[in-house]
Design a binder for this molecule. Structure first.
Ligand code: ATP
Length: 290
């Protein structure tokens, strides 16, 4: 096999809580993650020659060397298995960048899966996740995909059944927010509100959409909503346009709304697209394999 095609799906945080800031500076989180239908296309080709990893992407501003998590994933496996060949990664980015949708981690995960297949390395999903965590706390989740409760610094996964069927509208506004900035400015030990993540997990197990949407919450909004009015504006607009609930995903800046009705969702999608409030606007749904 000389060519492999992977899909790197983005995620949303249906619920995101921060329990505390640890002494080592990391934050202990408790989040419900859901993969969505939006994905980056990742084509990986191998060819004979001296070891080299090249990345080609439709977003010219993205790093193509060590700075790209996809490069680091390929490099890690090629070094470990002594692979001396050329690997070319063609990346078609659809997932908004610096948007709380784990785009970089998803690409990284797709390259782990793809290189494993391309060179018949025989690594299990678990083997890949153990390597992936060294490149980012979200990478093990992105390797597994689907619906999961993520704890620890995000790397401790409990697989959940798929979240109840719904439509999702994603709006990435014209601002980028760095994850580092949000966590540095979060007053983790002074939070007065914590979303009911345990209740949300129960609601998912009971396939109860409103049980999930009633409990949607993201404590990182305490940082971003103070700083960027557009986050609140987008949440309000999505709800006004019929969303059962709307919150920010991860550390932002993407805001998403959950819809229980396809027609309402389509109408809201068209409205949001025409409003000019988003740089990227998507309509999608939860994605779970098989
Ligand atoms: P998360 O939800 O995990 O916090 P994010 O959506 O906030 O992620 P990303 O889109 O993953 O952020 O990327 C943030 C930064 O990482 C970008 O500014 C970019 O320079 C760098 N980066 C490295 N590799 C990639 C990649 N494959 N795709 C996108 N960004 C990448």
């Amino acid at each position: 096999m000389y060519f492999v095609k992977e899909r790197a799906h983005g995620k949303i945080n249906v619920g995101l809580d921060v329990l505390r800031k640890r002494e080592d500076g990391y934050h202990e989180v408790k989040m419900v993650m859901q993969t969505v239908g939006i994905y980056d296309g990742i084509d990986i080709t191998r060819s004979p020659g001296e070891r080299e990893i090249t990345i080609e992407t439709n977003l010219k501003y993205l790093p193509t060397g060590e700075g790209n998590l996809a490069y680091r994933a390929a490099n890690m496996l090629m070094e470990e298995f002594g692979i001396n060949e050329k690997v070319h990664i063609k990346m078609k980015k659809m997932i908004p960048v610096a948007a709380g949708m784990a785009g970089g981690s998803a690409d990284c995960a797709a390259v782990f899966r793809g290189v494993n297949k391309l060179f018949n390395l025989g690594l299990s999903l678990q083997d890949l996740k153990e390597r992936g965590v060294k490149l980012g706390a979200d990478v093990p989740y992105c390797i597994e995909e689907g619906t999961a409760l993520c704890e620890g610094i995000g790397e401790k996964l409990t697989t959940l059944p798929p979240m109840p069927d719904c439509r999702i509208i994603l709006v990435k506004p014209h601002i980028n927010i760095s994850t580092k900035y949000v966590y540095e400015n979060l007053r983790a030990n002074e939070l007065t509100y914590h979303p009911d993540i345990d209740g949300m997990v129960c609601a998912i197990k009971n396939n109860d959409l409103y049980g999930v949407t009633d409990r949607m919450g993201n404590v990182l909004e305490t940082v971003t909503e103070t700083e960027y009015g557009i986050i609140t504006e987008l949440k309000d607009k999505l709800k006004k346009m019929g969303a059962v609930n709307a919150i920010m995903s991860g550390s932002g800046s993407t805001v998403f709304g959950i819809y229980d009705d396809n027609d309402k969702a389509m109408e809201a999608y068209k409205y949001m697209k025409e409003s000019g409030l988003g740089r990227q606007v998507y309509i999608t749904e939860p994605y779970n394999k098989q």
